[in-house]
Design a protein around this ligand. Structure first.
Ligand SMILES: *Cc1c(COP(=O)(O)O)cnc(C)c1O
Length: 386
């Protein structure tokens, strides 16, 4: 139907310098965790305003290690959002916890803090807020409450690298944050993630868990100054980041603020261009009563199927005929077989998350997209929705 090339909903922006850095890494003879990862970690710590940043193989790996660091006992509960990627729930289960979900704010898709407060029991150990699309949760309110109840807060900051809350970067304050560098996220290392924490004991646990439970890093052992001896402190994972990945990160991080500025311009244009499309309910980040720098990881309206006369999946299929790619972020994980069968979740429990889950679609949004391409997205939506 369309002669235009297929426009994906996301695409990483990899500079020639980043590619040259990967090649230099390959030619250096040191490919896995080593000097480039170290350098990337110190750049991240400085950018984020955190004393440490620990890189790992993915945000999922990061969440897994951090949650294991909480030493959850059977029956311990961890509260999180019902509108998130399934990794948030899976890692709670993998760390031995019970996932407790709450519904979300209809305007921002961030977890409803009143519902969080109501969901706390004597078994609650931690809360995992998700900064959906890069819009910060109200952290003063959340931390104020968590402190009073002596609960840990692990921020799923997969969307939120570069985001700010009241002028402070996510990762620069609070308990613990986990960021993602998956190719669809705002910056990428291929796969990858990083952890920032103010808890020194947790930092040490992560240090061990991410590399076999070994007490020191391999490159320090096998480098010129190193000794080949090591001890095992715990049964750990293989969750380290490779220098090949960090090589990309060294050039992605300095570009991040520019990426976010570009994303913000496209988001503004979507608001203007889609304002009168009745069947699309646009997100409303302006509704939050605090100052927040939105990272615009996603621009994800919700289709009103009744007004549109078609469901979301039909809209996605029709946009594809116009060579427009879209994504679904997310199908509410509590509606999946595993979480229904094993944890007793049912449709009807979280009405806002379910409405969003049924209608949401992520429109193309990435820094190297052109305004002409964005106009194609809008024209296709208008053509399909009439
Ligand atoms: C992408 C994502 C993750 C997982 O990140 P990976 O780096 O792919 O493991 C976790 N939580 C949320 C909300 C995400 O969007």
């Amino acid at each position: 139907m369309s002669d235009e090339p297929f426009l994906p909903f996301a695409k990483p922006s990899i500079s020639p310098e980043a590619i040259a850095e990967v090649v230099a890494c390959l030619e250096s003879g040191w490919i896995t965790t080593g000097p480039r990862t170290k350098k990337f970690e110190s750049m991240l710590a400085e950018y984020l305003g955190s004393s440490v940043a620990q890189c790992c193989s993915s945000a999922t790996a990061g969440l897994h290690m951090v949650l294991l660091g909480l030493d959850l006992k059977p029956g311990d509960e961890v509260i999180t959002s019902s509108m998130t990627f399934v990794a948030t729930l899976n890692t709670i289960v993998l760390a031995g916890g019970k996932p407790v979900l709450v519904d979300v704010d209809p305007a921002t898709y961030n977890l409803d803090l009143a519902a969080v407060e109501a969901a706390v029991t004597e078994r609650t150990r931690a809360i995992i807020p998700v900064h959906f699309a890069g819009l910060s949760v109200d952290l003063d309110r959340l931390y104020g409450f968590a402190l009073k109840k002596e609960l840990r807060v692990i921020e799923d900051a997969a969307h939120a690298i570069g985001s700010e809350y009241k002028g402070r970067k996510i990762g620069s304050f609070g308990d613990t944050q986990v960021f993602s560098f998956h190719p669809n996220k705002n910056m990428t290392t291929g796969e990858g993630g990083c952890i920032t924490t103010r808890d020194e004991a947790l930092r040490r646990r992560v240090e061990q868990l991410r590399f076999h439970g070994i007490d020191r890093e391999a490159w320090a052992r096998f480098g010129k100054q190193g000794s080949p001896h090591y001890d095992i402190a715990t049964a750990g994972f293989k969750y380290n980041m490779m220098d090949m990945q960090a090589a990309l990160g060294l050039h992605q991080l300095p570009a991040l603020d520019g990426f976010i500025a570009r994303r913000t311009e496209f988001a503004k244009r979507y608001f203007e261009l889609l304002d009168d499309v009745d069947a699309l309910i646009l997100p409303n980040p302006q509704s939050v009563p605090y100052d927040a720098l939105h990272a615009w990881h996603l621009f994800a309206p919700v289709l009103d199927a009744e007004k549109a006369g078609m469901d979301r999946d039909t809209l996605i299929a029709k946009l594809k005929e116009h060579n427009i790619g879209t994504g679904i972020h997310y199908r509410a994980p509590h509606l999946s077989d595993y979480y229904e069968n094993e944890w007793g979740f049912r449709r009807g429990m979280f009405p806002q998350a379910e409405r969003i889950s049924d209608g949401i679609l992520s429109l193309p949004l990435f820094p190297t997209m052109t305004e002409g391409e964005q106009d194609r997205v809008v024209a296709a939506i208008r053509a399909v929705l009439g």
